[in-house]
Design a protein around this ligand. Sequence first.
Ligand code: NAD
Length: 449
Amino acid sequence: MTIRPREQTENNKRQPMEDSSKISDIQQHRLKTVYEHLEISDDARKRLIQPKQTVQVSIPVRMDDGSLRIFDGWRVQYDDTRGPSKGGIRFHEDVTIEEVTALSFWMTIKCSVVDLPFGGAKGGICVDPKTLSRLELERLSRGYVRAIYDFIGPDRDIPAPDVNTNATIMGWMADEYGQIARRQVPAVITGKPLGLGGSQGRVAATGRGALQVLDIWAKRSEKSPQDLTVAVQGFGNAGYHFARLAHEAGYKIVAVSDSKGAIYSRDGLNPEPVWNHKHKTRELKGMVYCDASVCDEADFTELTNEELLELDVDVLVLAALENAVTKKNAEGIRSALILEIANGPVSPEADSILADRDIEILPDVLVNSGGVIVSYLEWVQNRSGDYWSEEIVETRLAQRLEREANACFQLAEDENVSMRIAAYMQGIGRIAEAIDHRETQKYFNGQSN
Ligand code: NAD
């Protein structure tokens, strides 16, 4: 990777941009900013502007009442220079081709930041899964695999869960793929149930990885978990496991939120009974503490989601969806650090407002990479037929993240850039190097032997 000499760069913190929450604009903006710090070949720049392949499908589903509904779906394979493309499948009523494309770009960067032998992809179906019966959901999931069957595979493109998809859905999808192929092909999809070739440690991997990145930051900043208060936006799979493990490690979790509201406790809360309550009632509101013997005595205050974002805490964890912090609310953020577990939760405009206010951000492409690292370990286990204990999986996750996160922190320090730019430099630098090794630009420039 060639790093541009520092005097050629503009102030790395300020990069004003028209207010836009369109993810494709965010992606282009981030690339532009990184190229001010990283010199890569024209070939590599051109290759990274657009996805390699986009598949658009319509999926017919026979509904329980006998009617036929057609759902729109996409699979975008952004880049496969460093290996088969990899990325989750999202079920959401607001999914668009543009969103899936941007998410596939982020997957490309993420896999490279942590040095996995994968490119990036993403899939999506425009559906509110909560409106479907379980059997309708199964028919839709299987229909999606039938539609994209020719474009995926263990050496080609490997899907996984994302928002509103889970291990059960991955199991249906892997089974459908196997039925069409007339053999078991567990390595085609990761995030499967254990019985179908899933990996130990996958469920908590994203939260565990995010905590490790926070721990490394705390150590480098000479802070101890006991001195740090944390608020978590998005108490779903990733946010809950992060909060549970962070609480165990001594961080004080003072607030958590879901789409319906937030709860706050100045003395700190234990995420586990809160999670159990949420699963009983499907929401955080109305949480009565202490209704289980395992929890500590504490009083809750109900907050709005907006109020949670503006709490005066040391660490604000964003674990819900994109664009949680934009230029509209960035001035109200009072935490010292933002930990991005969701993909793209801070817009570029908010990035520069927060940088001006010295609020540090640990970026999504590094922080939430624990999930894809364990997905990679699942793929390795499926292909070798050698299945590992949870301890081995967690050790391999921790070793990789320790190495790659520390490299990012070091790059940020050496180049005096934000952690986001450092992570992109690390990721794009590797992809560009791989592109250049395959291409012929040097030959035409007369630089090759
Ligand atoms: P999830 O659906 O389990 O949880 C999302 C949570 O966010 C839910 O509790 C939902 O109620 C809440 N939420 C939605 N809008 C909100 C709002 N405005 N305010 C507060 N809470 C809100 O999803 P997840 O798997 O935990 O993923 C969360 C984010 O992390 C997504 O951006 C996803 O792409 C990213 N991510 C997840 C993984 C993983 O392994 N789960 C891996 C990498 C990245």
